[in-house]
Design a binder for this molecule. Structure first.
Ligand code: FMN
Length: 193
């Protein structure tokens, strides 16, 4: 295992080339459910600088990652080489969720592909960068995308996506608040309580 000071060009090129990565998060509760989810639709991951990366998060059948990030921010992502030279890269860090209802969303989302059903951008400050040999990861070849998720949400339209998130993304399996489908309007600065 090698530790790195930062996400250098070699690491950046490696992770941005991968078709899938794995996101691990956990709630604080000792008996809470630890989660791992795949991510990596085309054009949805980017290294922003030496210590920051982000991904565009599409609406999904659950919302564990968002719930855990909102509660405690801890996150690890893992990339594996399935072809070419062996490698496994992990970024440990602290993530925040910028949802489609937040002010900073359009600027961040503009960096990524236009994914139907996009619900948030997750921005992660990386605290630990490591890689390891990857000798045990099998060689596999990439055949292509399934082209199911995008069309599924495109067919639903904006209102259908909202309704889906309200039903499926409101809480984690432990009951933590996850995606706010309709956040209360924020009080303007100076408003009475
Ligand atoms: C390549 C790839 C990309 C995915 N992207 C997302 C995504 O952006 N958002 C999402 O909720 N689920 C995505 N999924 C499916 C989820 O991993 C999963 O089924 C579920 O929605 C997990 O979301 P959660 O971690 O918030 O619970 C993706 C799966 C694959 C294989």
């Amino acid at each position: 295992m090698n530790l790195h000071e930062r996400i250098d060009d070699r690491l950046r090129q490696f992770v941005e080339r991968q078709h899938v990565f794995f996101v691990a998060t956990a709630p604080l509760a000792a008996d809470g459910h630890v989660n791992v989810s795949p991510r990596g639709l085309p054009g949805t991951f980017a290294v922003l600088d030496d210590h920051t990366f982000a991904w565009l998060d599409a609406t999904g059948s659950g919302s564990e990652t968002v719930a855990h990030l909102r509660e405690n921010g801890r996150v690890t992502v893992m990339f594996c080489a399935f072809d070419g030279a062996p490698n496994i890269v992990r970024f440990h860090g602290v993530g925040r969720v910028v949802t489609r209802h937040d002010d900073g969303y359009p600027a961040l989302a503009g960096r990524f592909a236009d994914v139907p059903g996009a619900r948030a951008v997750v921005v992660v400050d990386v605290e630990r960068v490591s890689d390891s040999c990857g000798w045990g990861v099998p060689l596999m070849s990439y055949e292509g995308e399934r082209d199911l998720l995008g069309p599924f949400f495109a067919r639903k339209g904006e209102a259908g996506q909202e309704e889906y998130r309200r039903r499926k993304n409101a809480t984690s399996i432990d009951g933590l608040p996850a995606f706010d489908a309709a956040p209360a309007p924020r009080a303007a600065v100076g408003d009475a309580e």
